[in-house]
Write a protein that binds this ligand. Sequence first.
Ligand code: GLU
Length: 423
Amino acid sequence: MSSGADEFSFFEVVQGYMEEAAELTGLPAHVRRILAEPKNELIVHFPVRMDGGETRLFKGYRIQHNNVMGPYKGGMRYHEQVSLNELKALATQMTWKCALLGVPFGGGKGGVKFNPREHSHEELQRITRRFTHALGSNIGPSHDIPAPDMGTNAQTMVWMMDTYINTGPTYEKNDHRAVVTGKTINAGGSEGREAATGQGVVHCIKEWAREARFDLEGATAIVQGFGNVGSNTALLLSKLGVSTIATGDHTGYHRNDEGFNAHKLQDYVRVNGSIDGYPRGDKITRDEFFETKADLFIPAALQNQVGEKEAVRLDVRLIAEGANGPINPAGGAVLADRGIPVIPDILANSGGVTVSYYEWVQNRNSEHWDAEEVQRRLLHMMRRAYQRTMFYAAEKKVNARIAAYALALESLATSYEERGIFP
Ligand code: GLU
């Protein structure tokens, strides 16, 4: 999946939004300086034995951006393009996400630079366990709590948890389940966590539709990326009567004017690893995908996918950012000119970390909430964050992204003001 434009440094883009929001909120200069850089940037190199007997050295990262609101929190990404710059941007976004939603966590992000598709189940297990071991006490249930992200899933989290538990003291075993979230239900995961990011995207779309008096039944969507976020968003949208008429991933793009059966396509991707070869639908080019007329566009793949070129082509009423940073500033400017509203990433995709928080609370209290309880709480928190963001945007006459950043900054600034700077 080639990107929209390559000249953007993701971290600088995120810093730029913060600067804009900081101006708006009159953020004290010292808080601005603190938040402009992550607190800790850890890089580890670790050897792993491959199935064929040879040993490969891997590069892993964990970036801890800020913990003034609570333990560092954020996903672990397995991807061949993982870089320090990208993870710094993503860790920073986690700080804003948690602050905006009122989730008592800070921001972190990590990953390993490799292509997980090229490895067997056993190799993935050994890579994950050695990576967790290399991170050692830099992660922990009260300190830094990883979760799934691109290229990782519930199984990855269970391996991480098991490794962490088995390298720590025996008497803390059960407390240590909360070292990661996004686990399988059996290993202490939460109901609703797997689909939570998609569910949050859909809650935002529903709020928008209610306010815009737009009937979602019979509407159409195009979805970029059909992994956890894209597929669950498409599936939940289909239950509201929205058809996904075009989608794509790293293998290419497909269109089906009748709408894809999101459930079947999700199953196909689970088995085959991508949408490549799915029998229903026609192959289209990346440009044709962006030109497909639809009501909704959900970018749910990598960052920096929508630049000027794509933004000019898009023929949609609303964009909800399932991915982190999918629209670059040049693309954003075109969309603003064209009057296409964007529900920004730190709001739209925050359902994942919100249910991660519920998982962590359940683990710490040895509880298991039923699915209704999780859904009720998620809906309440997403709605509140959506309303606050849109109200602020209208009041200050800024776009929703800057409003979301500004609200997050305001709560971070209050924390710094109350606590002061040590010593
Ligand atoms: N990786 C997800 C995100 O970018 C989830 C993070 C989490 O649950 O901690 O928001």
